[in-house]
Each structure stands twice: as C-alpha cells, then as structure tokens.
Design a protein around this ligand. Structure first.
Ligand SMILES: Nc1ncnc2c1ncn2[C@@H]1O[C@H](COP(=O)(O)OP(=O)(O)OP(=O)(O)O)[C@@H](O)[C@H]1O
Ligand SMILES: [Mg+2]
Length: 576
C-alpha cells in the first residue's frame, strides 16, 4: 500500500464538491439560495443546454464588496454563520460556506457583483476585474464537469437536466412567494412567477403541473407551541397517481421526509381513491433550535426534534379540513390571477369549475358534491365494519330486471324494491382487474425499453422491483438511474410507455404501487363511460357484478348506488 499523503487542494476540493454539485439542478439550488439570502426581490435564471453549458442566476439583492467577492469562492467562506450557536438559530438558507467553492472547482464560475467581477476557472481564480452588474449579483456557471469526464458522463440529456432545474426553481419559488421569479431556457421565457401571496403562489405552481385539473383549493393551518403549519391543497376531486405534488417545506426549505409525507397520505387515504394522492404543499415554520439541516450535503433532509408533534398536527389539520368544515375552507373560483402572464385561456375562465375532469367519471367530476360527501362519510366510518355490512347486499341475487343504459354510462337494474345504478366503466374495470390478478400472461419485448429514473425511484426499485416481477414486468438496473424493462403483461400490449411512466413515478408505498399498476392495466382495456352497450353485454356485466363481494373499482371507488321504491314514491307524493 502507498504511504499516506495530503491531497493536492484542487483534488481535495473536487472530491468535496461531489457532495454538493451533482448536476446543474444542484448548482441552481445553491445559487438561488444565495440570491434569496442576499435579500433579492427579483431573481432570473437562464439555462443553456439544461444548465450544462451555462447556468446563470441574476438577482437584485445586496451584492458583494470587492473583498467579499475575492473570498466568496474560498472553502468555508461565509457571511452567514460565525459561531456554532448560530447554527441553531439559522435564518439563512446557506451556512457552510462551501457552495461557490465547490461549484468553482468543477466548472468555470463568473461572479459579477456591484460592478466588479471575478472568474474562477476550475479552481483557478482571477484577480478583480471590471464587472457589468451594478445593482445585485449575477453568477454564471459554464461547462459543468468539462474537466472531469468521469462525472460528465453521468449527466442526463439537456432536456432532462432542464426539467430537473425547473423542479428546483419551482420548489424555491414555492418557499418564497414574495420574490418574483423568471426562468429562461435557450433564450425563451418558460416560466414567470410574479410576486404573490402564499396561496396564490401555490396556485401558480399547481397550474404548472400537467395533470392538474381546475379544482377548489383547501387552505388549512395549525398553530402549536413551537411550530406553525400552513397548507394548501387541491380538494379530493383533483389528485395525482403519485406523490410528486406533495411537497413539505421546513422554514421555507423543501425537504424529503418520508415520515411527514406518510402523515399526509394517511390522513387523505379515506378521502381519495386507492393509488391517488393529493396536491399538497405544506409549510412548517419550526423553532430553528429544534431543526438541524446540517445532515445532508444538499440540505434536503433535516432532523426535527418535535417530529411526532408535527406528525400529529398534520393528521388533525387535514382531517379537520376534510371532515368538519370543508365549505368554509374551500375558496371559490376564480383563484387564478388574470394577469398578463402567459396563462392558457382555460385557466382564466371564471367557469373553470364546470370543465370536465378525468375520463373516469366525466359527467360528475370534479365538482360532484356527493362525491365529496361520500369521502367524508368514508373517513368517519370504520372500514372493516363497512366491508362486512356491504357483503350481504352485494351477493348474487336472482330475479333482477335489466332496464337499460342511462347516458351511455350507467346500467339500470331493478332489484327487489330498488333501482340500482351501476357505472359501467368502473364495473368493467373491476372485472378486468380481478381477471388480470389471476391471469399472468407475459409478453417479452423484442427491444427492451430503457428509461431513466430519479434517485428516489432508483432506490425504491432496487428494493422493490419484485412487486413488478409479480405482474410479469421484468426490470433490470443497467447503471445508476438507468433501468430497462424486458417484459410486461400481455394485457398491456403496446402500452409500454404508460407502464414505464407509472414505474418512473412510484416510490415509497408498495401497496399503492401494486394497486395503481393493476388499475392502469385494467383501465386500459375497460369499456368507457359513453360507450353504447348491447343488452347481452350489459346483462353479462350486471350478472358478474352481482358476484362481487363489494362494488368497488380498482381505484377504491364505489361504483354503484341504489334508490328505493319508497324514496321514488315519496318524490311524487305517493304512499308505497
Ligand atoms: N448572490 C449573492 N449575493 C450576495 N452575496 C453572495 C451571493 N452569493 C454568494 N454570496 C456571498 O458569498 C458567500 C459564499 O457563498 P456560498 O454559497 O459559497 O456559501 P454560503 O451561502 O455562506 O453557505 P452554503 O455553502 O451553505 O451555501 C456567502 O456567504 C455570501 O456572503
Ligand atoms: Mg450558499
């Protein structure tokens, strides 16, 4: 073995930089933090080739003196922390004095502040030069990892890097609504978020999500001894199939917290169909003395000493908002500002609430009040008791009469002294779901389907790819963050993309990953609402329906209801 020697400072700083600088998005996170800490009220971000070629952040904050400019790229150089005690009363996002030093060791960094400029090219620092930014600071990173090919090959395609950068940009903007943010990519303005209050900033961001449906917004809050909670959420009629829009902030910094996300999803579980997750932005203001961010290189994790109180507070806050006073909590449309920003017209229409929702139940979503009422009732009920009581009413009952189809969506059945309404699409989906569960017909792909995943999904898959194997989905990890699908259920023929995009978003919860996958497979082949059915098909569906123990679709939604003869008679003033 060679003898021990002290590393060359440049090599040492590059190794240390690996912790902080992973890709353009991690650089962007650090530069935005610095602009925010400098008190900026307007921040612009410019990306070229997803930030790999150039990533520039310009702010109108305090700027730096010449002396500070010279020091800023040194390791452990910070204006934010002086003593150890300061770490426990942090008001700033930065505190290590490492970010600029790390970035400048693996790219060419130009910092322009208060009319002075400094350039640090892969660790080589220039003297002070004349600059062109007179108020505030502009930091520009060029050619990330150009001198470190071993790291450069791990960067993704520019579009993927740009998407990661946009995600970071959005997360920062959520934390600081009082700041105006602009994002330019390849010279084009892709996102402009004017200064707003917290609620409107959340709405600005929700609208950016492609799956977001116009929905009412729930606002909720809680105040404890050490912690204040505030959350904005879509009402349960608008949801996603993954947790991508559940975001938790502690003292304005986004964190990855499996525990707190679990508190949110658990509290919502009875109000949402299986495998569905809310849009939920939670802002926790915690006593800085109880929070430690100094445990993760990118500050994405933190230790909360009052985590169990916060967990309980989240649960109660959500349940109260869903059960007790939804009417007061729900704000009326239009919530979307009608300003000059480039909003599609669908968003600024005052009648957004009437727009059709997901294909699942097009006529009633998202503003079907009974659906919301149902969710509340389910929340209040004991799940097991409910299942037991329903078994008796849904067993095979001979002697029904099929009346016909209503709106090409419901099957109408007369049964004893009731009329039964059955959602045909949901019923068929449920039948297929059961069938797929028992059938495992697998199709091998001629060319395996390669796909990239985020780190959290990579971790999840490494531990849980077996759940997919159970369905005939064979997954292999080619390299970190790169996977390949070699086979899939035959029922999903030609739907590789859908399956892969589902897999790419699943983390954390095995049961909902399984349920969601079933639902996708089944939904793909199911009869849709709006399809006209012949009476033979309809009757065979109805008969199979009677064989089910519970009339619940794979998403967990009940798909039938009945009206009694007595109720009908009462409506017209008749006595039964
Ligand atoms: N946009 C900016 N405006 C004003 N000052 C800045 C800006 N960016 C950096 N600085 C100054 O440079 C110093 C070093 O920044 P750097 O990001 O390396 O460390 P930090 O923010 O103090 O800590 P961390 O490593 O946790 O981010 C900061 O403490 C700050 O004084
Ligand atoms: Mg910093």
């Amino acid at each position: 073995m060679a003898s021990i020697r002290i590393l060359d400072p440049i090599v040492a700083s590059r190794i240390a930089a690996g912790e902080v600088v992973e890709r353009p998005a991690s650089v962007l996170r650090e530069l935005l933090d610095n602009s925010i800490d400098a008190g900026a009220t307007k921040i612009s971000v410019y990306l070229e080739q997803g930030g790999i070629k150039n990533l520039t952040v310009t702010d109108n904050g305090s700027g730096m003196s010449e002396e500070d400019l010279l020091l800023s790229c040194e390791s452990h150089a910070t204006s934010k922390v002086k003593t150890l005690d300061d770490l426990f009363s942090l008001k700033t996002l930065g505190f290590r004095g490492e970010a600029l030093s790390s970035i400048s060791s693996c790219s060419k960094l130009t910092i322009d502040s208060n009319s002075k400029r400094i350039v640090v090219d892969n660790g080589e620092k220039s003297s002070i030069l004349p600059g062109s930014t007179d108020k505030g600071t502009s930091v520009s990173m060029e050619d990330l990892f150009e001198n470190i090919p071993a790291r450069k090959i791990h960067l993704k395609r520019p579009q993927s890097e740009a998407a990661e950068c946009k995600k970071v940009f959005i997360e920062k903007a959520l934390g600081f609504p009082e700041i105006e943010f602009l994002l330019f990519s390849e010279g084009t303005l892709v996102l402009h978020l004017p200064k707003a209050d917290r609620q409107n900033r959340c709405v600005q961001i929700m609208k950016q999500d492609r799956a977001f449906m116009p929905a009412k917004i729930l606002e909720m809050s809680f105040e404890g001894d050490n912690e204040k909670l505030y959350a904005i959420s879509s009402d349960p009629s608008c949801y996603r199939r993954d947790r991508g829009q559940i975001k938790v902030f502690v003292n304005n910094r986004i964190i990855d917290s499996y525990q707190l996300v679990l508190a949110i999803t658990n509290a919502y579980s009875a109000a949402l169909p299986g495998g569905a997750f809310p849009y939920f932005y939670l802002f926790i203001e915690d006593n800085p003395a109880l929070v430690d961010f100094n445990i993760h290189p990118a500050k994405r994790e933190c230790k909360l000493r009052n985590q169990s109180q916060i967990y309980g507070a989240i649960t109660n806050m959500i349940r109260n908002a869903l059960i007790q006073k939804p009417q007061q909590e729900v704000r009326q449309e239009p919530l979307f500002p009608q300003g000059p920003s480039s909003e599609p017209s669908t968003w600024s229409s005052p009648s957004v609430s009437e727009k059709p929702s997901r294909p699942y139940s097009p006529s009633s979503k998202p503003f079907d009040p009974s659906w919301f009422e149902n969710a509340k009732t389910i929340l209040a009920k004991d799940d097991k008791k409910r299942a037991a009581s329903e078994v008796s009413t849904t067993k095979v009952v001979p002697g029904y009469r099929y009346i016909g189809q209503l709106f090409n969506t419901f099957l109408l059945v007369e049964l004893d002294d009731k009329v039964l309404f059955i959602d045909q699409h949901a019923l068929h989906e449920r039948l297929l779901y059961d069938e797929i569960k028992s059938l495992k017909d697998v199709q091998r792909l001629i060319v395996p389907y390669e796909f990239e995943v985020e780190r959290s999904v990579d971790d999840f898959l490494q531990e849980n790819s077996m759940i997919y194997a159970d369905f005939g989905i064979e997954l292999t990890r080619k390299e970190p963050l790169l996977w390949e699908m070699a086979s899939m259920p035959a029922a999903c023929r030609k739907n590789e993309e859908k399956i892969v995009s589902f897999i790419r978003e699943q983390t954390g919860d095995i049961e909902s990953a399984q349920k969601g996958l079933f639902a996708i497979i089944a939904c793909h082949a199911a009869i849709k609402a709006g399809d006209e059915l012949d009476s033979y098909t309809a009757k065979s569906l109805v008969e199979k329906c009677f064989e089910l123990d519970r009339m619940v679709c794979p998403h967990g939604r009940e798909f039938s209801f009945s009206i009694t003869k007595e109720e009908l008679f009462k409506r017209v003033g008749r006595i039964v």
